[in-house]
Design a protein around this ligand. Structure first.
Ligand SMILES: Cc1cc2nc3c(=O)[nH]c(=O)nc-3n(C[C@H](O)[C@H](O)[C@H](O)COP(=O)(O)O)c2cc1C
Length: 379
């Protein structure tokens, strides 16, 4: 392991030479990313999260990405009904690990930027430069109502997020007292010390899918997460999409890395993987929760045709609420992941039905194959 200097390139590289970074996604939320009723579904309890972080670090996983979620989606399991707050969660995990990068996910409109900036600095010092920040502009109306905060019109959320991230970055870097005179934020006589670890700053990511969201990522972030699109289309199509994002960033004089998300069900045979996928994600789907998520996107039997509603319901359950399902043998899963690397994606954040049970097999079988493809360092 190279010495940790806390330089920005080292942080972006997550302190290792793996060309294709692998992270775990959504482990702070009950049921992770699978709206399933199977009894082994993820608890998201602190002991399980801590054991997962230690295991992930020991087995060479590069990063941990939580989901900022405040309210469950309902259904029999109340999917995401129990969640650990991500920045305090990251601080705890960073204190108990030495190498892995841990992100905190914040909704910009819900956090005062100076309090948030200091929370991030605190986590970053605990982790000696391993804290990462995922900025969410907000979309989930029910959550915002719960806080008594009114959401702005879609693109204005990103205008506000711009003011917010500018204030956070200034709190991280200004050597003395400063004023913020933004469109939305007016802050006077600001002092913010200490600065982040090692005279640099945490890596910043965003996953906006709209034009405004992507433009925000290009202007401000080191990493841009796309949803399933890039993973599902052809290798050439994915490569073109990555190049398009990177090209637009270069035009702004910036470098950005492109990541995606997925769900892994990896078993010794294809039949075993397919059977478990069918069992956990289809036969035992928590349809009430799936319908709750669709309703938030205004997809209900009242707003779309019965055929479309049935198709969207099935799509949401089968795709782990918006992540490509990598289902198969270690050879198949490694091949599909390698295609992402070959397309120029810098990494992927994956989820499992039960992270602790399933991660060891993935690390034992899939990571060495990726190393043989030249996409990761041998462990
Ligand atoms: C990898 C990834 C992580 C995300 N994390 C969160 C999250 O933690 N909380 C949340 O409310 N939304 C999260 N989102 C939603 C996005 O931030 C964004 O709001 C959504 O993709 C819609 O894009 P738009 O805001 O550009 O319309 C995530 C999306 C992706 C793909």
């Amino acid at each position: 392991m190279p010495a940790r200097t806390g330089s920005l390139p080292d942080r972006i590289a997550m302190y290792n030479a793996n060309a294709l970074k692998i992270g775990v996604f959504g482990a702070n939320c009950s049921s992770g990313r699978s709206a399933t009723k199977v009894p082994e579904r993820w608890s998201a309890s602190w002991p399980d999260c801590l054991a997962l972080a230690r295991l992930a670090e020991a087995r060479g996983i590069d990063f941990i990405l939580p989901i900022g979620r405040w309210k469950g989606y309902g259904g029999e399991t109340d999917f995401h009904g129990a969640t650990l707050e991500t920045v305090t969660w990251a601080a705890g995990l960073l204190a108990c690990t030495e190498r892995i990068t841990v992100f905190g996910t914040v909704h910009a409109p819900l956090f005062n930027p100076l309090i948030a900036a200091k929370m991030f600095v605190t986590a970053d010092h605990i982790g000696e430069g391993r804290f990462g920040l995922n900025i969410v502009a907000g979309w989930n109306e029910g959550e915002f109502e719960m806080f008594g905060v009114k959401q702005r019109e879609h693109d204005a959320r990103y205008d506000f997020a711009q003011d917010w991230v500018d204030a956070v970055k200034r709190a991280w870097s200004e050597p003395g007292t400063f004023e913020v005179d933004g469109e939305f934020l007016k802050l006077k006589g600001v002092r913010a010390f200490p600065k982040p670890y090692g005279e640099t700053r945490p890596i910043i990511m965003n996953a906006g899918s709209s034009g405004a969201g992507q433009a925000f990522a290009l202007r401000n972030c080191d990493a841009f997460f796309t949803t399933t699109g890039a993973a599902r289309i052809s290798l050439a199509g994915a490569a073109a999409r990555v190049e398009e994002v990177k090209g637009k960033a270069r035009a702004l004089g910036r470098d950005i890395e492109v990541f995606t998300v997925g769900q892994v069900i990896c078993r010794p045979t294809q039949a075993e993987a397919d059977d478990y996928y069918q069992h956990a994600l289809i036969d035992n789907a928590d349809w009430g929760a799936v319908e709750g998520m669709l309703a938030l996107r205004n997809i209900t039997p009242q707003t779309v045709s019965p055929e479309e509603f049935a198709a969207r319901r099935r799509y949401f359950a089968a795709n782990a609420i918006g992540g490509y399902p990598f289902v198969g043998t270690p050879d198949k899963v490694a091949d599909e992941l390698a295609d992402l690397g070959r397309a120029g994606l810098r990494g992927i954040a994956v989820s499992f039905v039960n992270y602790l049970r399933e991660l060891p097999y993935f690390c034992d079988e899939v990571l060495p194959r990726l190393a043989r493809f030249g996409l990761r360092e041998p462990q």
